[in-house]
Design a protein around this ligand. Structure first.
Ligand SMILES: Nc1ncnc2c1ncn2[C@@H]1O[C@H](COP(=O)(O)OP(=O)(O)OP(=O)(O)O)[C@@H](O)[C@H]1O
Ligand SMILES: [Mg+2]
Length: 337
């Protein structure tokens, strides 16, 4: 019987029963156990070499996770840190494009994958680098996908990093669970939301999800949180602007005649309310900035094209709020498998 755990002791030439070598099945089990142990050790080493690991999640798609992940990574890099970004979105990876690495291929040496280097030296690993053709979506069945993620994490040569930002597909899917079971000492998750009610409801699910992952919530970021319009008129003049929802906003121009007004396109302050309701930190708001859309198309991230701009400043504030939440000694999380 092929599956029998019984080892048959064949007699040797002199007729004595000899323990035979391991059966094919035993050998396979040993190999599997060895591979698992090796992977676990590699993960532990990666865990040690990367000081801070931050997951970026949202309950709902399209709220700007990838924009926020790349923005955070670049903002950390602006502070002079060594940074990496891991794009776990297998079905729609778009981080490379945002980091100016469209069409890149990964470099493999001694069976280790070396990340590509994007803007400001940020190291990037994405499933997009493995796709033959960016228009062909990857449709992988669950277990294959999760195995690929684990292997991907274990086989990457990140080197020493201060921060690794991990971008996920939307929702409370298997991917965050796989990462939480693979990488030790994840500092926590940043939850991205937009001010609309539906997005807020979904971000509440993400907060609850963090409990099952045993990964702390570092806080909530409200993205696309208002649109700033700028203009000029006569000096010290009151300007009236028609805001969404039939409201009117008034502003007085400065002595040189310029004015700026931030309009709430969706709703105001929902991210803050959600954070307060769940007792998690509110990390700040990022403005609606059409430059993010352009940057996504032409491969030059907003923070790179305008390092001193309003969006870069908003990101820097969020980064400082995240750093306030980080503790060097977090030692919890799921058991690594
Ligand atoms: N603050 C912002 N201002 C203007 N546009 C933005 C902003 N944030 C994101 N966008 C735009 O919204 C779109 C979706 O953003 P992004 O791809 O980052 O979302 P996502 O949550 O990662 O999406 P998915 O769920 O598909 O992974 C993109 O076109 C992006 O340029
Ligand atoms: Mg995305």
């Amino acid at each position: 019987m092929a599956d029998s755990p019984v080892t048959i002791h064949e007699p040797n030439e002199s007729g004595e029963a000899q323990p035979a070598g391991p059966s094919v099945q035993e050998q396979k089990q040993m190999e599997q156990a060895y591979a698992q142990m090796k992977r676990k050790m590699t993960m532990e080493e990666i865990g040690r070499k990367i000081k801070h690991k931050i997951m970026v999640l949202s309950g709902k798609g399209g709220v700007g996770k990838s924009t926020v992940s790349t923005g955070l990574a670049l903002s950390f890099a602006q502070q002079g840190h060594k940074v990496g970004i891991l794009d776990i979105d297998i079905t729609g990876p778009n981080v490379p494009k945002m980091m100016g690495l469209d069409g890149q291929r990964l470099h493999v040496e001694n069976k280790r994958i070396h990340p590509a280097q994007g803007h400001l030296g940020v190291k990037v690993i994405s499933m997009a680098f493995l796709l033959e053709d960016e228009d062909t979506p990857v449709v992988w069945r669950g277990p294959i996908k999760l195995g690929a993620i684990q292997q991907f994490i274990g086989d990457v040569e990140w080197g020493e990093l201060d921060y690794l930002v991990i971008d996920f597909p939307p929702g409370t899917s298997d991917e965050p669970l796989t990462v939480a079971q693979s990488l030790p000492n994840i500092d926590g998750m940043v939850i991205v939301t937009t001010p609309q009610q539906v997005a807020l409801l979904d971000s509440r699910k993400s907060i609850t999800f963090s409990e099952s992952l045993k990964v702390p919530v570092l806080g909530v970021v409200e993205n696309m949180s208002g649109y700033t319009i700028q203009g000029s008129t006569a000096p010290n003049t009151e300007v009236e602007i028609a805001a969404p929802g039939g409201k009117t906003k008034r502003v007085t121009s400065t002595s040189d005649g310029s004015f700026a007004v931030t309009l709430d396109i969706f709703k105001e302050g929902g991210g803050k309310t959600t954070a307060e309701e769940f007792g998690v930190p509110y990390l700040g708001a990022l403005p609606f900035d059409p430059g993010f859309v352009r940057g996504g198309d032409d491969g030059v991230h907003r923070i790179v094209s305008e390092p001193e701009g309003a969006s870069a400043i908003a990101f820097a504030k969020v980064v400082r709020a995240i750093q306030d939440q980080l503790t060097d000694g977090f030692d919890g999380g799921l058991e690594i498998i």
